[in-house]
Ligand binder design. Structure first.
Ligand SMILES: CC(C)(COP(=O)(O)OP(=O)(O)OC[C@H]1O[C@@H](n2cnc3c(N)ncnc32)[C@H](O)[C@@H]1OP(=O)(O)O)[C@@H](O)C(=O)NCCC(=O)NCCS
Length: 175
């Protein structure tokens, strides 16, 4: 798949890591409003309460990466890590509606994969609603494979797809 956003090779933990159409950087507590706004514009169900976002922004086991275009936050990805675990969890991802279709999510997934590698993980895992075709196609395009399906996984009874990306085997293909 061809990225429309360009990301540099820097480390997400080191601050600003990209140039061009989208810049990916590590988020801090000061980004709560921006992330909350992206969340509100992106989800009607499965939405994080603001207090939960605030808690996660202060958690040592969570990493938020933010995508900026022209200095404005347009998307974010949330990763969760567990001490000693080789699998990182891609827990949430969203892009502002007006900024979609430009490769921002693709760039965030790539940055998430690099972040997982830097933290010593060899895979990224996630769950996604089976009906979320845009997200499923995005993840498949980035190399995620479906591990299994869980009917009734979500509170409304919807099926979850459990997906995994072997980041150790994708290293050379990350932009
Ligand atoms: C899913 C989402 C993150 C995609 O963001 P985006 O920045 O528009 O995605 P990109 O432009 O990086 O697209 C990358 C790939 O994803 C797939 N994709 C993205 N949007 C799509 C759509 N509406 N329909 C089908 N495929 C889509 C395509 O394969 C695309 O590659 P292509 O442009 O080469 O065809 C965005 O639609 C969103 O925020 N949705 C609401 C929140 C959500 O569902 N998050 C994911 C579940 S946690």
């Amino acid at each position: 798949m061809t990225p429309k956003a360009h990301i540099g090779n820097g480390a997400p933990d080191a601050g600003v890591v990209g140039a061009g159409a989208a810049v990916i950087r590590r988020a801090g507590r000061g980004d709560l409003d921006a992330i909350d706004q992206i969340e509100a514009a992106s989800f009607t169900v499965d939405r994080f309460a603001r207090r939960n976002l605030a808690r996660l922004l202060g958690s040592a086991s969570a990493v938020f990466l933010i995508a900026e275009r022209e200095g404005r936050a347009v998307g974010y990805v949330l990763l969760l890590f567990r001490r000693g675990a080789k699998a990182a969890r891609l827990y949430s991802l969203a892009v502002q509606p007006r900024s979609r279709g430009a490769g921002v999510a693709s760039a965030l997934v790539q940055a998430a994969a690099r972040c997982a590698i830097e933290r010593g993980c060899d895979r990224l895992r996630l769950e996604v609603r089976a009906s979320n075709g845009a997200a499923v196609r995005l993840y498949e395009g980035e190399g995620f494979k479906i591990l299994k399906r869980s009917p009734g996984y979500y509170v409304d009874g919807e099926t979850a797809l459990h997906m995994e990306l072997r980041v150790d085997k994708r290293k050379d293909r990350l932009r």
